[in-house]
Design a protein around this ligand. Structure first.
Ligand code: FES
Ligand code: FES
Length: 148
């Protein structure tokens, strides 16, 4: 598969998740393993441009496909504007939910550069955070949207 623009190969067992392969075989621990049941969104990545929970995708299903993880959002050593906005807004506490939220928010803004409050909440509704109360996270997404 192509991950963050680079061809990657791995031997995986038949039931292995894409999340496990990314973290344990490809050295990409950004995507987090919190629930492993498709409930929390901490493992969110883009698979051929579609937001998925990588814990619910078999690694074998990604064979020949393109994956973008949180590590692949920035360019030339610069943070993606959503990552920068999370820092500026103080939207990170323990950080466990952050990679998934950043990937989901970046994809929202790619599709919809000027989302409404409801559209932001809907787009991030699959990403759970136990620390922040979400206010700073929504601030960060609005901040990133305003930078376009
Ligand atoms: S670890 Fe995949 S949704 Fe929670
Ligand atoms: S910052 Fe801790 S779960 Fe979101």
């Amino acid at each position: 598969m192509v991950v963050n623009g680079e061809r990657q190969e791995a031997d995986v067992w038949s039931g292995e998740s894409l999340l496990f392969a990314l973290r344990e075989r490809m050295g990409l621990p950004g995507s987090k393993n919190a629930c492993e049941q498709g409930e929390c969104g901490s493992c969110s990545v883009l698979l051929d441009g579609r937001l998925v929970c990588s814990c619910l995708v078999l690694a074998a299903q990604a064979d020949g496909h393109e994956v973008v993880t949180v590590e692949g959002l920035g360019r030339d050593g610069e943070l993606h504007r959503v990552q920068e906005a999370f820092v500026q807004a103080g939207a990170v506490q323990c950080g466990f939910c952050t990679p998934g939220l950043v990937v989901a928010a970046a994809e929202l803004l790619r599709q919809n550069p000027d989302p409404s409050e409801d559209e932001i909440r809907e787009a991030l509704s699959g990403n759970l955070c136990r620390c922040t109360g979400y206010a700073k996270i929504f601030d960060a997404v609005r901040m990133a949207a305003a930078q376009v």
